[in-house]
Design a protein around this ligand. Structure first.
Ligand code: BGC
Length: 747
């Protein structure tokens, strides 16, 4: 019986949910990611289609209806699309193991199956599929597929297939690599050679951006089988056909090992080849990979007692957060779909700093650093983006490729959703606060100063005004374009300018520039009406969107039910905007202002972005609104588990789910707001305990929160000062310290 808090099981196979499971069951290792497609092609879902994916509406993408979309992604391998700019290439599909009996090739749509089940074991990263195939010729085949991408050897995919029958049956297993897969309807293959010589298959391709990708497969089949690369195989790939006479109750087991190497790999990063993998065999490779997974789990697992669904949802998020992080490779970050789909073209957004970074900073700090180092490496691109607009300094891309160049094809996001440049600085400053002494800010001085220079040039003083403004911007709410003085953007820009000024001061740099940075930071306005912080000037003059009349199907996004122009001329934020600002800077706003913002924005916000509910949940926790917090937790915690993963994993929402548990329910304050480890627990009614590891300003701790107390076990070398539910406590290293919540006493 699979453990309900560690496994995701699929028993419902239907055309409607197929892609969602493909996304949800994406396996990966940081360096290689493979969607959870089946081992056989589906005839009704060709993967080699050519079509024009036109620049869509970023606010509300309409994706192509497709029965299935396979996906193999290597972070950093991008191609140039003639209309859409650079996109992550969907590489050849190496998964194929196709059974054929008496001329009938298994196809999910046409073949009869029984007890078809797939199970993803989150603890080990093993995906298992079992089913009985009732062949047209008569015999029933019991088939089990297992696969994993090795966490220990990140470029290795291992597969095992076992087949059993009750009566003697002639079977052909066609295995191989399909090199005809297109990305968003486009082929990035410049040239390709495919070869098959038993037991090897290989595909060697050159991309349109000049990368070389080599996929090698090796089959290990029992002696009683014959394998050929006979004619009659599908075009555009490398295939082997293994013939076997199955005897009753004598299962035949084949193993397949695939490695993917690219010209981006340095020699030492190339690692294992598929012959080495084959020599180790499936079980030994799996054991090694499981060990690597368990190291990740022990560094990061969050345990929820009393709510198995919340536990599974959190672990699903963690699974994808482990998988999607690129390891030591700071030439890339984590794309918006967590390397689990073609949507958003594999690009990097503000999701990196505001959603993903906190998780890594507080659990596996070295991984957090890879994300901030990525921005340092891509500073050249940010400078090119600024220069392309005739501006000095550095402007980070709304949709970044690995080099930092703007790839967003829609002008109003690329040119106007500019808060990203300040978000990048916020991320670095947050890392600096979370890991003092690690030199984050000092190491990023060039970046921080260049972003400040960009902001200075981007501000303008209107005639009649005595202060600078940021005009014509788009804040996090992408349903209100071209705002003046968007509160979020202004506050973040001011933060970035102050950070630059402070850094220049510490370094003893000349006064001129830094004084100007501070002056601008201090005079950029935050629009207000009484206690209400306005999203932007005049925001409250817009008419409210008529949800009652126009948002008839509340299960679908609002944007899918009204034209874009309606979104743009009414009040209907796509996501947390002012509330996001308040979440990040609690000390800049009074409680009254935070409550006023809550009352005003919650009823009009659509949450069409998956980035929205968890931030609202966090604010609800802070404002002491347990019912609302729970409502938003339910919306946020299992977006992909509930069928949302068709186009990829909502990886920012995965990280936001972690944030909601740790920063919301356990009530941990972020290190950029306090030097004292501060916890204000507010466990949901159904949770009896929440336990998690955390690295607080360099000190590794385990924190356990129950309804009655908080226990902190510190593995730090020195004492740690804490503030638990408003009372100060000193935590000594070594032994667990328990603090009673109601009385505030410690033992
Ligand atoms: C959201 C953005 C987000 C992007 C990528 C959009 O729908 O509005 O805030 O950065 O998706 O996740």
């Amino acid at each position: 019986m699979p453990n309900a808090t560690w496994t995701i099981t699929q028993t419902d196979f239907s055309p409607e949910n197929h892609k969602a499971y493909e996304g949800l069951f994406t396996l990966g290792s940081g360096a290689l990611h493979i969607r959870g497609a089946l081992e056989e092609p589906i005839a009704a879902a060709p993967q080699n289609l050519h079509y024009w994916r036109l620049p869509g509406n970023v606010t509300s993408e309409v994706f192509r209806e497709q029965r299935s979309k396979v996906g193999t992604f290597v972070p950093g391998v991008y191609g140039s699309h003639p209309l859409l700019n650079d996109e992550l290439i969907n590489l050849p599909n190496p998964l194929l193991i196709v059974p054929i009996v008496a001329g009938e090739q298994f196809d999910l749509d046409g073949s009869r199956t029984e007890t078809h089940t797939r199970t993803l074991d989150l603890k080990t990263g093993l995906l298992t599929r079992t089913f009985t195939w009732r062949t047209k010729a008569g015999p029933d085949l019991r088939i089990t597929h297992e696969r994993f991408v090795s966490m220990a050897r990140p470029r290795v995919l291992a597969q095992r297939c076992s087949i059993e029958v009750d009566a003697p049956t002639d079977l052909v297993l066609r295995t191989g690599i399909d090199a005809t897969v297109t990305t968003n309807g486009f082929s990035h293959t410049q040239s390709v050679t495919a070869s098959a010589t038993c037991p090897h298959t290989s595909v060697d391709l050159q991309t349109d951006a000049g990368d070389r990708v080599r996929i090698d497969g090796r089959l290990v089949s029992p002696e009683a089988t014959t394998t050929t690369s006979a004619p009659g195989m599908p075009e555009g790939g490398a295939w082997l056909a293994t013939s076997v006479r199955l005897a009753a109750s004598a299962p035949v087991v084949v193993e397949r090992f695939v490695t993917i190497a690219t010209s981006r790999d340095t020699r030492d990063r190339m690692g294992t080849d598929c012959n080495q993998a084959a020599e180790m065999g499936f079980d030994a490779l799996l054991a090694e990979s499981v060990e690597a997974w368990s190291a990740r789990w022990s560094a990061c697992d969050v345990r929820v007692e009393g709510d198995p669904h919340a536990q599974l949802a959190l672990r699903t998020s963690l699974f994808h957060l482990f998988r999607a992080h690129p390891g030591e490779d700071d030439r890339v970050a984590i794309d918006a779909k967590g390397y689990a789909g073609e949507a958003y073209w594999g690009r990097f957004f503000w999701d990196t700093e505001m959603y993903l970074l906190p998780f890594y900073l507080y659990t596996e700090p070295a991984r957090g650093k890879v994300l901030t180092d990525f921005r340092l490496r891509s500073l050249g691109g940010a400078r090119r983006n600024a220069a392309s607009l005739g501006l000095p300094g550095a402007k980070f891309a709304w949709e970044s490729n690995p080099a930092g160049d703007e790839c967003c094809p829609n002008w109003h996001y690329a040119d106007h959703e500019i808060h990203i440049s300040a978000d990048v600085v916020f991320g670095i400053a947050h890392a600096d606060a979370a890991h003092p002494g690690a030199g984050y800010l000092e190491g990023a001085a060039e970046l921080v100063f260049d972003v400040a220079r960009y902001w200075m040039a981007r501000t303008a003083t209107r005639s009649g005004d005595d202060h600078p403004s940021l005009l014509g911007v788009m804040g996090p709410d992408e349903y209100t374009p071209l705002e003046d003085n968007n509160a979020y953007t202004n506050a973040l820009a001011a933060f970035a300018l102050r950070t630059a000024a402070g850094l220049a001061e510490r370094r003893g740099d000349a006064r001129g520039e830094r004084d100007a940075w501070r002056r601008t930071a201090d005079t950029l306005p935050i629009p207000r009406r009484g206690a209400l912080v306005l999203q932007s000037e005049g925001f409250d003059n817009l008419p409210a969107a008529d949800f009652a009349a126009r948002w008839t199907d509340r299960d679908r996004p609002f944007a899918g039910q009204v034209p874009q122009e309606y979104l743009y001329r009414t009040r209907c934020p796509k996501q947390a905007d002012v509330l996001m600002l308040m979440w990040l800077f609690p000390r800049q706003f009074t409680l009254e202002e935070q409550r006023a913002a809550w009352d005003y924005y919650v009823p009009i916000t659509t949450h069409d972005s998956s980035l929205s509910p968890a931030i609202h949940g966090l604010m609800a926790c802070r404002l002491g609104l347990p019912d609302e917090a729970w409502r938003f937790w339910k919306q946020a915690c299992d977006i992909d588990l509930r069928g949302g993963a068709a186009e990829g994993i909502h990886i920012a929402a995965c990280a936001a789910t972690w944030q909601m548990a740790i920063l919301g329910f356990a009530g941990l304050e972020l290190a950029n707001n306090t030097e004292t480890l501060t916890l204000t627990p507010r466990l949901p009614a159904g949770w009896s305990a929440l336990e998690f590891p955390i690295v607080w300003r360099g000190s590794p701790l385990t924190i356990r929160v129950t309804r009655a107390d908080v226990t902190i076990t510190s593995r730090a070398e020195t004492e740690i000062q804490t503030m638990i539910a408003g009372t100060p406590h000193t935590i000594a290293p070594g032994r667990p310290t328990t603090i009673a919540l109601a009385t505030g006493t410690s033992r």
